[in-house]
Design a protein around this ligand. Structure first.
Ligand code: SF4
Length: 398
């Protein structure tokens, strides 16, 4: 947008155009979008409001019906955003520019760069799996990817900006390698990508954002263990520790495979940080099945969880399943697992007290403090020292 003459403004200041890039993973994300539109309308009734992203692809009419929305852009059209804004006239009814998700092809490279230190680089988009609770394939389309040569070009640009750490991201990152034609054939694969990056990039640090357990092969684990650039840190969605629930979720692994992956990682990298996604309150999750998840996670040598409370999403198989869990029990289970996650994180951090590990300090300063992360994702905060900003410093953990 800046290349087309737009200027980025602070959220708190006035702006001619507000762009909301929405999520739709939970119904909370939908609610938040509605609240923000109302807030903009109250504060700045003359501004244009454009809504795009997953919620806009899934429910364009619902969004167009909100007071104050001028334009709704689906998954493909969001990449022509400036053209659409320039054609827009405030006061007309909301315009919808969207298409069926089957027509969403093509890979659009993107990275986010909040400060110089760390960038999130999209290398893959869409998903060919059909987990019964998930709307993402309906919002983002088939699995497709950048090429390795394309990723290399993005990395050169990031390196020229002084970026020190790149997080590789995708909707189903481990499925990297399917081309732009929406086909099922892999032309390249994720293992080839990370090997290429390791040998050809001079950016010192890389992380793998989130990878399905069935796609996290032994060769990837061994590779990360031997690499100087790929950090000892994995984020692996589990979703449930009960095989019965995993079956209903249509996940492509069982808990035994998950436990085996964690063991393999820890055998090669005892210091490795492992994050887990887990959903509580899926239909049919009895107290007994929830406790299976609890005990499974309790025994597992992992470092923290992201806990999601299940919410019904329209047009999913899970929303039609019997035995929904009462909402108050879903929230209670969320609280129980968040407590366990807190204990795991504390234990993981304490295990490293007294060790010296490399910390990459970030550019952003708050109250004269800077923060950074160790290779294995332990957060460190210290008073600002200019010579440490955007640098990797050996740091004794206390
Ligand atoms: S793998 Fe992830 S994105 Fe794909 S359907 Fe399952 S939960 Fe959704």
């Amino acid at each position: 947008m800046e290349a087309d003459g737009f200027e980025k403004k602070d959220w708190d200041g006035p702006a001619d155009v507000y762009v909301l890039n929405t999520c739709s993973v939970t119904d909370n994300a939908d609610k938040e979008c509605r609240q923000i539109v109302r807030r903009i309308r109250r504060r700045s009734p003359e501004s244009m409001v454009v809504v795009t992203g997953c919620y806009a692809q899934l429910k364009p009419e619902e969004i167009a019906g909100m007071d104050g929305v001028d334009l709704v852009l689906g998954a493909a059209e969001k990449f022509n955003i400036t053209k659409h804004i320039q054609e827009l006239v405030k006061g007309d009814s909301a315009k919808i520019c969207s298409c069926d998700v089957e027509e969403v092809h093509g890979f659009n490279a993107a990275f986010s760069l909040n400060d110089r230190t760390r960038a999130f680089l999209k290398v893959q988009d869409g998903c060919d799996y059909n987990c019964s609770f998930c709307t993402i394939p309906m919002a983002r389309g088939n699995s497709r990817s950048n090429t390795i040569a394309g990723v290399q070009k993005d990395l050169e640009q990031l390196a020229a900006n002084g970026v020190q750490e790149v997080v590789l991201t995708g909707v189903n990152l481990g499925d990297f390698g399917k081309g732009n034609d929406g086909g099922k054939q892999k032309e390249q694969d994720f293992f080839e990508l990370i090997q290429h990056i390791d040998q050809n990039s001079n950016i010192p640090r890389f992380r793998i954002s989130s990878i399905e357990p069935n796609l996290l092969s032994s060769e990837i684990i061994d590779f990360v263990a031997d690499s100087q650039r790929f950090m000892p840190h994995f984020h692996i969605p589990l979703q449930s520790g009960s095989n019965e629930i995993l079956g209903k979720m249509r996940r492509r692994y069982r808990r035994e495979l998950y436990a085996e992956r964690v063991q393999q990682i820890k055998a090669r990298m005892p210091h490795c940080c492992i994050g887990v996604d887990v959903i509580v309150g899926f239909p049919g999750e009895t107290e007994e099945l929830f406790m299976e998840t609890y005990h499974f996670l309790h025994e597992l040598d992992v470092s923290y969880f992201h806990v999601f409370t299940y919410s019904e999403r329209s047009n999913t198989l899970a929303a039609t399943m019997e035995n929904p869990v009462p909402v108050n029990i879903r929230h209670e289970r969320n609280r129980i697992l968040r407590n366990l996650s807190y204990q795991k994180m504390r234990y993981f951090t304490e295990q490293h007290h007294g060790q010296t590990r490399p910390v990459l300090f970030e550019e952003t300063r708050k109250n004269n403090m800077i923060e950074g992360y160790t290779d294995n994702y332990i957060r460190v905060e210290t008073p600002v020292r200019e010579e440490w900003v955007n640098r990797i410093v050996d740091w004794e953990l206390r």
